[in-house]
Design a protein around this ligand. Sequence first.
Ligand SMILES: [Fe+2]
Ligand SMILES: [Fe+2]
Length: 138
Amino acid sequence: MIEWTKNLSVGNQKMDEQHIGLLKLIQYLEKSSDFGVSDEELDTVISELVNYTEQHLREEEEYLKSIGYPDFDKHVALHKFFIKRVNSFFAQFLANERNVDKEVLKFLGDWFLNHIKVEDKQYAIYSEKLTGNLSYPT
Ligand SMILES: [Fe+2]
Ligand SMILES: [Fe+2]
């Protein structure tokens, strides 16, 4: 089970909240087969996952631009890869009688968690150096 913990904080409240929101959506989908969720609900949650992913990555990129993050291009390329994978998960879901592919979902969850831990953490360290504030636990 993927879960947000304090050590995943990137020192920016808005980004942290979006990370938490996205992980919660993935978590919900992971468990959805256990509590007999309706097709309609599943549609809603998966569309939300797609939209919220795009929104988060876009807003994070805006944030990185605003702080002059040096590895911006590399970071955007990683986001693009992830958006592609989320969109193909969505397409698969629609083509596959609304069955959630657990393996793909697990890949997405692991990828995103790892992205926060490794890549997003880099901009957290960078912005902390900028401001001189240690605003997240190490
Ligand atoms: Fe992020
Ligand atoms: Fe990111």
